[in-house]
Design a protein around this ligand. Structure first.
Ligand code: 3H9
Length: 695
């Protein structure tokens, strides 16, 4: 008898129930248990039909991802599903929760599919750098045609029961008690002598001869660099060209290739890392949380408005405060405009737009914030201004209200000291555009209470963000590492590379854009103003004037002015090399007496990325990031580090820390620059032959 799969008969129907919490993943014991339970069901003469279902919260949500990378153990899932399909009895899948991956593939091995109206099904393997490897790429196209199967398999998004019924995947949608419904349905099918329906015996509907090449083209840009989506297409194509057995063999080959690829290892790392970042040592399930029913936001600029949208979209009322009515009106209008643009793209209904807008109120008076549970300040990045705001907030907000700052660089501890309740103060650093970017750096101050941390981490999820808890330092985790990379990018150009060459290397690595296109997007004026400020206030320590300052002085501020490091044609965001920039770089090199040299792409990649890894190691040592995976997630969700590279720290592990360290040491020997001083943690791990993942 299996611990994780049971067989019992009720009302002439045999029930095979998977009970392997939390998500009924199809690990070895479940696969063996399924076969044993099937044998029992087949031998049970009293059972007229068999139902497969999951106990607890869901139908199996897929293969056990933790088993990937280990030696595979028989029986393999494709064989289990083939056995189910070949069994002599009528087989019905009864789905609730999320039947994903191998779970959905089990349902495709059944004759009939019944689902609760709240259930969802899908083949999300592509998100793990894989393809459905238990017959999914062969059975789904047979059931719904090649085009729809491509959408489901390459898209990887779960679909609702109602939609699946329309597509012909689900035969019946029910509500209420799934077990009772499943037994009734199975009895009815048995009474009606319903035919067996082996999906593997259907023929595939291929809509056109170019369906696969068209599909490849349509995803070429969006899936640039990824292996799995293109393997998924090949597997579905095999379903249209080969018989089922040969197609399944081809699916297996493609699946194995992906499983053994560095990309899938990276994507699986990201899957677990994304869940791990939510777990904060010292914060338990029973750590008290505060209720957040209403939020105040200070500042109705682009950032404040973007932040507000997260809460409105999640159904949480927002009060937005500004100093002047005009700024407030502008902010509210911008939020509406953004929502309406989303509605125009069909991603929201006009009722939803109105519902979100109805949750927004605005005010010019701090006193109106006396009843909010959380305030997020998104004003000008200046300590004096922030302190004044927090002083006001301390005065007006109720006891227990959480006071958050969206600062990206300033000291959260100092801000907290301007209140009488530093334990209620925390950083919530949103990334621009704040309504889109998934990352939220939650910054723990020295005094921030566990209760406040727990509440804000939970809230991050509630508003659809991935919250990463970090400590206080200049730039926190993301921007501190970014600054080091930007400095290398500039040095590389000073020494002989072109901005376009540097950008191309990082783009080809998989980043959405290179450092200079990113600077143009953010605006060259931002950094320039900060440097100018320093030159005025602290000339001795201020950075030297360089060619980026020269560009900013000419009001070449980037995309918004039609030119920055690159030129931009009107209405086109494609960066084009600029003669003005080239001349300024030449001038700078001449002034500095720099003799240029040929710079290889390898050097660009190593210098831009290894400096990030070194800084990451320093951040870990200082405790600013709790774990390497926190840094990986910050970079994936905040800066578009390619998921298939796993994040900077995972990537460094995959290169080998001894190699990374040796190169960093070499750069330090050559330049003597502090940024290249190997982090002691990196040095130690490299010596011990360990990885960041071993910490
Ligand atoms: C596959 O099926 C391949 C086949 O085609 C071919 C095979 C030959 N395995 O996300 P949550 C853990 S590939 C192992 O926080 P939620 C998760 O780590 C698979 N563990 O809950 C977490 O653990 P912990 C295709 C898994 O309610 C806990 O369960 N399937 C798996 O927010 C709770 O998870 C997928 O890709 C797994 N398959 O969301 C589905 N799934 O508590 C992946 C979850 O220690 N899973 N865990 O942190 C999901 O998308 C979500 O977990 C799900 C629940 C929607 C199910």
């Amino acid at each position: 008898m299996s611990d994780v799969v049971s067989y019992q008969r009720e009302d002439e129907i045999g029930l095979i129930v998977v009970d392997n919490p939390p998500v009924n993943a199809l690990g070895h014991a479940v696969r063996q248990g399924l076969l044993d339970a099937l044998d029992q069901g087949l031998a049970d003469d009293g059972a007229r039909a068999l139902v497969v279902m999951g106990a607890g919260r869901t139908f199996p949500a897929g293969a056990d991802i933790r088993e990937f990378g280990q030696t595979p153990k028989e029986p393999a899932l494709p064989d289990v599903i083939n056995r189910l399909e070949d069994s002599g009895k009528l087989l019905i899948a009864a789905v609730h929760g999320t039947a994903l991956g191998g779970g959905m593939e089990i349902t495709l091995g059944c004759d009939y599919r019944l689902a609760l109206d709240s259930a969802r099904m899908g083949l999300p393997e592509v998100n793990l750098g894989l393809l459905p490897g238990a017959g999914g790429t062969q059975r789904l196209p047979r059931l719904i045609g090649a085009q729809a199967a491509l959408d489901a398999i390459v898209g990887g998004k779960p679909m609702k029961a109602g939609q699946l019924e329309k597509m012909g995947v689900v035969d019946k949608v029910v509500s209420g008690d799934l077990k009772a419904e499943a037994i009734a349905y199975a009895r009815q099918l048995a009474d009606d002598n319903a035919p067996r329906r082996k999906v593997s015996e259907l023929t595939v509907d291929k809509e056109s001869d170019t369906v696969f090449s068209d599909y490849e083209q349509s995803i070429a840009r969006k899936k640039r660099g990824f292996l799995a989506p293109f393997h998924c297409i090949k597997a579905v194509q095999a379903a249209t060209e080969l018989d089922f057995a040969a197609g399944q063999k081809r699916e297996r080959e493609l699946f194995t290739e992906l499983l053994n690829s560095p990309q899938s290892a990276a994507q699986r790392h990201v899957f677990f890392a994304e869940r791990e970042v939510g777990k904060v040592p010292g914060i338990a399930k029973d750590t008290p949380r505060r209720e957040i029913a209403q939020v105040g936001i200070i500042g109705a600029g682009t950032m404040g408005g973007g932040i507000a949208m997260n809460f409105l979209s999640a159904g949480i009322p927002v009060k937005m405060l500004e100093m002047k009515q005009e700024a407030l009106d502008k902010g509210v209008a911008l939020i509406r405009k953004n929502y309406e643009a989303t509605a125009k793209k069909g991603r929201m209904t006009s009722e939803q737009v109105e519902r979100c807008m109805s949750l927004l109120t605005s005010t010019l008076s701090y006193d109106d914030l006396s009843d909010v549970d959380l305030v997020i300040e998104a004003v000008f990045e200046n300590m004096k201004v922030k302190k004044e705001v927090f002083g006001e907030l301390d005065r007006v907000t109720k006891p227990g209200a959480i006071l958050a700052t969206n600062t990206s660089t300033l000291d959260v501890n100092e801000i907290a000291q301007s209140t009488r309740r530093p334990e209620d103060v925390i950083g919530m650093h949103f990334f621009s555009p704040a309504n889109v970017m998934k990352l939220l750096e939650n910054v723990r101050g020295e005094a921030t209470s566990d209760e406040v941390i727990a509440t804000v981490m939970d809230l991050s999820k509630r508003i659809g963000k991935v919250g990463v808890l970090v400590g206080v330092c200049y730039g926190f985790v993301g921007n501190r590492i970014l600054h080091k990379r930007q400095a290398q990018a500039i040095s590389l150009v000073n020494e002989g590379a072109t901005p376009a060459q540097v950008d191309k290397v990082l783009y080809d690595f998989g980043l959405p854009m290179g450092p200079f296109a990113m600077a143009d997007l953010a605006g060259l004026d931002v950094g320039w103003r900060i440097r100018e400020g320093l030159r005025e206030s602290d000339p001795a320590n201020a950075p030297e004037r360089n060619w980026l300052d020269a560009l900013a002085e000419q009001e070449r501020w980037g995309q918004k002015t039609g030119g920055g490091v690159f030129d931009y044609a009107e209405g086109d965001r494609t960066p084009r090399p600029s003669e003005v920039t080239a001349a300024e770089i030449e001038k700078y090199r001449a002034e500095q007496g720099i003799e240029t040299r040929e710079i290889s792409d390898t050097e660009i990649l190593e210098r831009c990325l290894y400096v990030m890894v070194n800084e990451g190691a320093k951040i870990l040592e200082e405790g600013v990031a709790m774990r390497p995976l926190d840094i990986d997630i910050v970079w994936i969700y905040g800066y578009g580090f390619p998921v298939y590279q796993g994040g900077p720290m995972f990537w460094a592990d995959s290169i080998g820390l001894d190699k990374v360290h040796a190169k960093i040491q070499q750069f330090h020997d050559e330049t003597g620059h502090d940024d290249w001083k190997p982090a002691p943690l990196l040095e130690r791990l490299a010596k011990e032959g360990k990885r960041f993942a071993d910490l």
